[in-house]
Write a protein that binds this ligand. Structure first.
Ligand SMILES: NC(=O)c1ccc[n+]([C@@H]2O[C@H](COP(=O)([O-])OP(=O)(O)OC[C@H]3O[C@@H](n4cnc5c(N)ncnc54)[C@H](O)[C@@H]3O)[C@@H](O)[C@H]2O)c1
Length: 395
């Protein structure tokens, strides 16, 4: 039988946005962390001291972990055999019909069931469709029922700042595993909330749906303001002045990325397509791309102009372009044969141009992602600026 090492953690999806910072957080404590990932390129980057994506504070902590020799790297699942804890952080996508695509995710557990032993604890960190954890239990049953669901609720790029601050929801079928995992997470976070599996599944998805719908409220009001030529940002500012109940109204903009829409749609699937508020939020948030195009079409001689997009990441201060509406906008503009240039200060792409080139050569400037570095840029008066975020306004 394999000898289990009790302070060893294997993270499957260890080079990803959730797995990598989590590995650093545990590596900074007393744990040895085995990052298992199919993406060899990103594993090699981490091995050489470079975070594979923008993550605040990661470079420094990675350097320390590498110096302490607490990080291990592999693309072989079998290396998880010796770890007391196996944390699963791989993606849980939805398909073109907006339904959860869990076949690939579940196939991992069939593989794991042939590898793991009864003394190991499996921790699912990926965001799952309600009922999936129970399904995993049936897959693993003969070999292991120590399965614990610990959803991740960090905001992307700020994992290392948020992990110690956010309460960690922990749920499982077996009390002993829940206790051991609570002890494990106590090393990296302040507060533990114990819940049932179904509660944890819903807490995670409700949290993202709540944010997605909240952004849709702002976008809906923005769309209304556009129709009646009223300044949404002025109204929003006045609404909030001395009136606490309006403080949760976010700014308008592209609501996108790999989590919010996906998790709202996971919830919609769970509720058999009757999540009306979720569907309405999707319709509104996704319509912001067409609204930008309509704004462009109101500019005189727009067909002959060059359009410059500043920011292609899905939101400010990240290099992540997954499910970015700014990218969707570029695709739609190019399909209409408009001349488009773009820049992103975080996402490096060989086809992009320098900020100054984009500004100089473009007649129309669109803010695609409101990165702070664009905040104080000056545009000459002959340029039209489309800024649905209210980012450049000094109200
Ligand atoms: N990104 C976020 O901020 C965030 C926040 C909360 C929850 N989540 C959830 O966490 C999960 C992961 O999201 P992510 O953004 O980190 O995705 P990601 O794509 O950045 O990371 C997933 C990693 O898993 C690896 N991988 C895929 N299949 C594998 C396999 N069979 N074996 C080993 N490695 C494999 C990929 O190469 C990738 O590096 C999703 O369920 C997501 O919804 C993400």
């Amino acid at each position: 039988m394999n000898k289990i090492i009790k302070d060893s953690i294997s993270i499957i999806g260890g080079a990803g946005h959730v797995g990598f910072p989590l590995g650093l957080a545990f590596g900074s404590k007393k744990y040895k962390v085995n990052l298992i990932d199919t993406n060899k390129k990103n594993l090699n980057k981490i091995k050489s001291g470079l975070p594979p994506f923008y993550e605040i504070g990661a470079k420094k902590i990675l350097k320390k972990c590498l110096k302490k020799k607490v990080l291990f790297f592999s693309n072989d699942l079998k290396t998880a055999r010796k770890s007391k804890f196996i944390i699963i952080c791989i993606g849980t996508p939805i398909n073109k019909k907006l339904k959860p695509e869990i076949k690939y995710f579940l196939s991992l557990f069939y593989k794991l069931s042939k590898i793991i032993s009864k003394n190991q604890i499996l921790i699912v960190r990926s965001s799952v469709y309600p009922g999936v954890i129970k399904k995993i239990l049936t897959i693993l049953k003969k070999n292991n029922n120590n399965i614990v669901y610990c959803p991740e609720r960090i905001v992307q790029s700020k994992a290392l700042i948020e992990l110690p601050k956010l309460p960690q929801v922990i749920s499982g079928f077996d009390k002993k595993s829940v206790k051991e995992v609570s002890k494990l997470f106590k090393n990296i976070c302040n507060k533990i909330i114990i819940s049932s599996i179904q509660e944890a599944e819903l807490i995670k998805l409700f949290s993202n749906a709540n944010r997605y719908i909240n952004f849709a409220i702002a976008n809906q009001l923005y769309i209304m303001c556009e129709k009646y030529h009223v300044d949404f940002d002025r109204i929003r500012k006045m609404m909030k002045l001395g009136y606490e109940r309006n403080l949760n109204l976010p700014s308008s903009g592209f609501t996108a990325g790999p989590c919010l829409l996906k998790d709202t749609m996971q919830l919609s699937s769970f509720y058999k397509g009757k999540f009306d508020l979720g569907s309405a939020a999707m319709k509104i948030n996704e319509s912001m791309v067409d609204l930008v195009i309509e704004k462009v079409k109101k500019i005189k001689n727009y067909q002959k102009k060059t359009i410059g997009i500043l920011g292609v990441a899905f939101k400010a201060e990240t290099d992540d372009v997954r499910d970015s509406l700014s990218i969707e906008l570029i695709k739609k503009l190019k399909k209409r044969r408009y001349k488009v240039l773009y820049n992103d200060v975080y996402h490096k792409d060989p086809k992009q141009h320098e900020i100054k080139v984009v500004i100089k050569k473009s007649d129309i400037i669109i803010i695609g992602a409101p990165h702070k570095k664009y905040e104080n840029l000056k545009f000459s008066k002959n340029k039209s600026v489309v800024d649905i975020w209210g980012f450049l306004k000094k109200i």
